[in-house]
Design a binder for this molecule. Structure first.
Ligand code: NMX
Ligand code: MLT
Length: 436
């Protein structure tokens, strides 16, 4: 049905031609160098990937197809009566570089609602999961299992021409985005409630409102939070662990389900998306130790130093690329100032914002003492009674699918090859340095 798919099809030839011309003209132009320190140091700042859908600036933060978060918030269509952007709109923006109309976004919502049925074996598998399995492991397993009806894998097996494979990556991506909230809500309801979805998918509701209903939430403010949350967590250029894992696995022509499951497994790490949960765990530990959510500055500072002296990180602070406060933190702070200015956890979050950067600066290790996206999200969710912190990264995963899959569709459209960088041993590297 999708006019979005048609629009992507229209855009592909010009982009392919642009890249061909650029590559031919600059085949051997050097755009960077690599030091020994970077090789051991997690490849920071090494340019080695193309991701057309978003770009991160260390000072300004993320831009989605050139749009900052405030710009995207202002430009993207909203739900009737709503003020936050609909994540369906950022899917359109990431895929095309164009701001969709309200009507186009409605079409995406309707298509996702229509394609949301979980295959029975996926639903049965989620229901059979022991409660001890972390929600992120459940989500990743569910996504992996969905590949049984991958149209991409089927097309590859049928010998479809490589130039056409993106179309099947697109179809799988839409199915995956449509089903993901259902799988995620099922996991939530099984783990923390009676195992029944809060509601069935309603063809007249947007993706976020449907997700909220399935989780069991039914207030306009929570819908708005979901719309904002699912929009801002979607993409952070190509080098972060979840985007890069998806991109890498996709380059082996693994289908979108297998590729994004790899991304989810990376997102489940505490230095990446699990920080979402870790921030609330850390705040809870603080409260347990001090006995209140209203510590004095001195108590807070001492607790911070104990964390650092214990060889642990302060979750929600620092970043591999950003060197300023994450604009995703700032827009969540603005949401809190608007909707929950007197919430005790929000006040604590603000107190942390005042104190942590100085402590981390004195500690002298982190290159960026400022908060990232994860420092704020759990506090907002808790305010609306989504208190099960182990679940928070699942929400991050649902959003991140938008960015990872948009990148995957374009990677297949541009027929990027198998990704396979060169590794060295310390011995071979020493030989290189010695000029042998
Ligand atoms: N608390 C304590 N130490 C820190 C922190 C922090 N928040 N951030 C960085 N450091 C340390 C880091 O562990 C490293 O120590 P060492 O030399 O002993 O290995 C040193 O400072 C230098 O690290 P950086 O170069 O500043 O940061 P890097 O790029 O290596 O790591 C993070 C980036 C995000 C992994 C790191 O800042 C961190 O662990 N933050 C806390 C976890 C977190 O909030 N992660 C979420 C990131 C966003 N997301 O959703 O993915
Ligand atoms: C992300 O959203 O992916 C994180 O901020 C981590 C990163 O960009 O490296």
């Amino acid at each position: 049905i999708s006019s979005l798919k048609e629009r992507v099809a229209e855009l592909i030839p010009a982009k392919q031609a642009e890249i061909k011309e650029f590559r031919d003209a600059h085949k051997n132009t050097v755009v960077g160098s690599v030091t020994v320190d970077q090789i051991y140091g997690g490849m920071r700042d090494i340019r080695g990937l193309i991701c057309e859908t978003s770009l991160l600036d260390a000072q300004e933060g993320i831009r989605f197809r050139g749009m900052s978060i405030p710009e995207a918030q202002a430009a993207l269509p909203k739900a009737p009566g709503g003020e936050e952007p609909l994540p369906e709109g950022i899917w359109w923006l990431l895929l095309t570089g164009e701001v969709p109309t309200a009507e186009q976004v409605k079409q995406v919502s309707a298509e996702w609602a229509a394609r949301s049925t979980l295959p029975k074996h996926v639903s049965d598998m989620i229901d059979s999961m022991p409660k001890t399995v972390h929600p992120m492991s459940q989500l990743s397993a569910a996504v992996t299992l969905m590949n049984s009806d991958s149209s991409f894998a089927d097309a590859y097996n049928r010998g479809v021409n490589k130039r056409e494979l993106w179309k099947y990556a697109y179809d799988d991506s839409v199915d995956l985005l449509a089903r993901l909230p259902v799988a995620a809500a099922k996991i939530y309801r099984n783990l923390y409630h009676d195992g029944k979805l809060g509601a069935e998918v309603d063809a007249n509701l947007d993706w976020s409102a449907n997700f909220a209903r399935m989780l069991g939430f039914n207030t306009p403010e929570f819908d708005e939070l979901m719309r904002l949350y699912l929009t801002i967590h979607c993409a952070h250029e190509g080098g972060n662990v979840s985007a890069h894992s998806t991109h890498l696995v996709g380059s082996a022509l693994s289908d979108p389900y297998l590729s994004f499951a790899a991304g989810l497994n990376g997102l489940a790490g505490p230095l990446h998306g699990l920080a979402n949960q870790e921030v609330l765990r850390w705040i809870t530990a603080l409260k347990d130790e001090i006995g209140t959510y209203e510590p004095t500055d001195e108590q807070l500072t001492e607790f911070l130093w104990n964390t650092l002296k214990g060889g642990r990180v302060v979750p929600g602070y620092g970043h591999a690329v950003l060197r300023k406060t994450d604009p995703r933190y700032t827009c969540q702070r603005e949401f809190a100032l608007k909707h929950l200015p007197d919430d005790p956890l929000f006040k604590l979050t603000s107190q942390l914002y005042r104190i942590v950067p100085d402590v981390l600066t004195q500690h002298g290790k982190t290159k960026n003492p400022w908060p990232n996206v994860d420092a704020h999200s759990g506090v907002l969710l808790t305010h609306y009674n989504l208190t099960e912190m182990n679940y928070y990264t699942v929400l991050f995963g649902v959003s991140r699918a938008i960015g990872c899959l948009a990148d995957l569709v374009w990677s297949r459209a541009l027929m990027f090859p198998l990704e396979r960088p060169k590794s060295e041993t310390t011995e071979s590297l020493k030989a290189i340095v010695a000029g042998k």
